[in-house]
Design a protein around this ligand. Sequence first.
Ligand code: NAD
Length: 410
Amino acid sequence: MADILVKKIACIGAGYVGGPTMAMIALNCPEIEVVVVDINEARIKAWNSDKLPIYEPGLDEVVKAARGRNLFFSTDTKKHVGEADVVFVSVNTPTKTTGIGAGRAADLTYWEGAARLIASVSTGSKIVVEKSTVPVKTAEAIGKVLKRNCSSPGVNFEILSNPEFLAEGTAIEDLRKPDRVAHAIGTDSRIGPKFLNASVGFGGSCFQKDILNLCYVCETLNLKEVADYWAAVVTMNDYQKQRFVERVLGAMFNTVANKKIAVMGFAFKKDTGDTRETPAIDVCKGLIRDGAKVSIFDPQVTSDQVFRDLSTSKFEWDRPDYSRSHTRILDNVKVCSSPTEAMEGSHAICVLTEWDEFKTYDYQAVYDKMCKPAFVFDGRNILDHDKLREIGFIVYALGKPLDPFLQKNY
Ligand code: NAD
């Protein structure tokens, strides 16, 4: 196996991990052909267009430099996986929604499907690299699937476990200058200062899913107390989002019915258009349930995505059924194309994503066009609260002393 000369790499899964990671490999290894394959035609089409399917600072430049040279995106999974010397697997591993372990365990259907595909088209030995987040011992299980399903004699599979640590929003920068070259994991700044910030709740495709899966693994090993400990992290996160909605409601005289509320930011964090498990979904649903008219602005999230998220059940987003239709039953939701449109005439502003541009607005002008009292609920603690109070806003900031206005009973 050690003598495999790598001429071609295939990556199964053209998502947030597969796309950027392979683009960087292609950029830096021009002598290797890199092909990213996916069953999702729309996604592949977008990777081959001027409007890439995901937003990551710096990604456009990297893709443009390598695409068509030694970087390709294709739906012909069999051809490219068959020809590759190394196959990266970065398919989705969602939380199970039915059966044993539903709501907690990882659904390995897509992973196993990818393994069966590799086995069925391999005529020569390959290195298979698992990048998806999978439970311990998956490499062993996949090894068995590969071995039992490959009919070509003499084919060997070397399975490398290389779980992804990508952080959306800084993926390209992190790939260029990986923190772990220089420091032990404890000083990795993506785990330290960049993540330990106050927020309305954590989101993203991985963290909750991985914690639930960890709970499940603990349970199957009879470590119930340990499982309960980790489950509490998710419970606290749900509580944080619920508490934020209650805070908005309580401050606004216990009714938000028919009040316009500007929701600033829908992505789960800044510098990405990713909305998977974003806290904005639960916060918006909470406000809508109480009759608020929600006006959402996010620099990178499309209105289709917002409507899909607000009409999709929990965990369903992580399946490659992108054709799912959504009905526009959400009459009280408006997705705005400018911040002014979202905030003008509103009773309150809820900051749910820490986009830098939110700090730069002329809040005096915003205040002048809002209903009074004008509230700001800063779910990310990014705004200048003293300045906002000087202007006249009633400001709620996470973990900070309450505004005198909010301390009184109504
Ligand atoms: P994603 O949903 O964006 O992309 C996965 C892609 O795999 C989808 O486009 C899907 O159509 C494709 N796919 C599924 N089965 C396939 C098959 N048989 N053949 C071809 N394509 C197939 O997911 P992602 O965010 O890129 O995450 C991938 C994995 O990496 C997950 O296990 C996730 O937990 C892990 N991960 C993600 C991140 C992140 O920041 N997004 C970070 C660390 C780890």
